[in-house]
Design a protein around this ligand. Structure first.
Ligand code: ZN
Length: 482
């Protein structure tokens, strides 16, 4: 909720980097500010669920999974070290729109919804005069979880409740999500427009339509498939003796995941063309990202996500395309967090940032060098099946696992610290943690500070939501049982 005080929006001003408008500094409810709202650019924010950064061409992947996303990166600024704050959909998206760590917004389980008292990016933009709309394609972003706060128009493209077995294959696909977004874009926008579009296709089940199902592996003849039912046998956190996926089967399943990315990318191309045709690329700020990645046996498990905090599940794409395509092709290597997105957008628009936002504007990195003292440590956490936290800078990463004895599936949990030198060991296979190591002590201090961080007014207590039995059944079908 955006609190209004005496007719004004009570907000705190933050430093302004690359401003996209000229004039006065903040929205204070007066007519001059109102009129300035009409001069601000449109904003389109896109989240493709479950999208590993390293499976995109612009992040170095060898396969042609992402020509449209790569083109966007070529026209914009690509953050090569962007990290999510939780490795599963619900808490990560809530962090993305509230600019708060999961333990601060508190939405960390199927029964948790964002309370009305929370302040979201959409609420701030709406208060600043933006017309707002969101199209979401999975239940964790639905109204019942509070994701709709601040959106004038909110479209849920969710699978029908009775289709519990086919889960994501029954979900609305990128083609339909894009069709809906294009219909909205083609309307006349008298005011600046904030549009949020969420795609779900790369999430398990990996079942891309033709020709994307065989695009990257046309020769496979085996029994493997991309369904959760088949992949479930290889999840380490579930079984005392998990199956071991054979390399040829893994290659095929990976090709299906990549096919989902390429399929989504194709429809992103339609969306980008529609943005240019309707809002105009010269007058639109585009932010492209994902809520988390996906584990494809990188650490001996086909767990999808939500179990660990290795880079395959926390390193996500982040591309910011400025109106008119300024700074085209620039790459920012400074580590950044997804909770920085709301702050950066507001800074670019010259709109004051609420004091409840924990992230930081990175707008100055879009056009200038990283200044001395720029924050370069990122943090994330999960509390669901295991309780883990991580901190990471450009070179080192510390993961802490709480001692909970056994996880929710009865599997013993190995508590303690893991430390990786990502320059020497980017795959995080060689734990070099030792309590005397200075870098480990520094990162432990940073981890503890973030783990205990809070903001004024935050309770960490979410509202309660009761998903229907059909919804719970579908979530269980994707491994999301509590
Ligand atoms: Zn997700």
């Amino acid at each position: 909720m955006v609190k209004r005080v005496g007719g004004c929006v009570a907000l705190i001003v933050v430093a302004v980097g690359v401003g996209l408008t000229a004039g006065c500094r903040r929205d204070d409810g007066n007519p001059a500010s109102e009129s300035r709202a009409t001069t601000r650019p449109h904003v389109v924010m896109i989240s493709v669920d479950t999208l590993r950064a390293d499976h995109l061409g612009c992040y170095g992947y060898a396969r042609a999974t992402s020509p449209q996303i790569d083109a966007l990166a070529g026209q914009g600024v690509r953050f090569s070290n962007a990290f999510c704050q939780a490795s599963w959909t619900l808490p990560s998206h809530m962090s993305m729109i509230t600019s708060q760590y999961p333990h601060v917004h508190g939405v960390e389980a199927n029964e948790h919804a964002l309370p009305e008292s929370a302040t979201t990016l959409a609420e701030v933009l709406s208060a600043a005069g933006y017309q707002t709309g969101a199209i979401v394609s999975w239940v964790y972003l639905a109204e019942q979880y509070g994701f709709d706060q601040g959106f004038d128009r909110f479209k849920e493209l969710l699978p029908p409740p009775h289709l519990v077995d086919s889960a994501t294959t029954a979900s609305f696909k990128a083609e339909q999500v894009t069709d809906h977004a294009i219909r909205w874009l083609e309307r006349d926008h008298s005011r600046p427009y904030f549009l949020f579009v969420h795609y779900f296709d790369p999430h398990i089940d990996y079942a891309p339509p033709e020709p994307f199902d065989r695009m990257f592996d046309a020769d496979y003849q085996g029994e493997a498939n991309g369904s959760f039912d088949w992949i479930f046998q290889f999840i380490k956190g579930v079984h005392h003796e998990p199956g071991i996926i054979q390399p040829r089967d893994l290659a095929y399943v990976t090709s299906l995941y990549d096919g989902e990315i390429r399929y989504t990318d194709t429809h992103l191309g339609r969306l980008f063309a529609a943005i240019d045709r309707t809002l105009g690329m010269d007058n639109t700020l585009i932010v492209f990202t994902s809520d988390h990645g996906e584990e494809l046996n990188d650490h001996g498990s086909m767990e999808g996500h939500q179990w660990t905090l290795y880079d395959e599940v926390v390193h996500v794409p982040l591309i910011v395309r400025l109106p008119g395509g300024g700074q085209a092709g620039r790459v920012v290597e400074t580590p950044v967090e997804l909770i920085d997105i709301p702050n950066t957008i507001l800074s670019l628009l010259d709109i004051a940032t609420p004091e409840t936002f924990q992230g930081q504007s990175r707008s100055h990195l879009l056009s200038g060098p990283t200044p001395p003292g720029e924050p370069a440590i990122v943090y994330g956490e999960i509390t669901r099946y295991n309780r883990k936290q991580y901190v990471r800078n450009a070179r080192h990463k510390l993961i802490h696992t709480d001692d909970i004895g056994v996880n929710a599936r009865g599997i013993p949990v190995k508590a303690g610290y893991e430390l990786y030198d990502l320059f020497d060991d980017p795959a995080e296979q060689d734990n070099i943690y030792h309590p005397d190591l200075a870098v480990g002590r520094m990162l432990r201090f940073a981890l503890d500070r973030r783990k205990e961080s809070t903001v004024a007014g935050a309770t960490g207590k979410p509202d309660e939501v009761r998903p229907s039995e059909a919804e719970l059944e579908r979530l269980r079908g994707l491994g999301y049982a509590d």
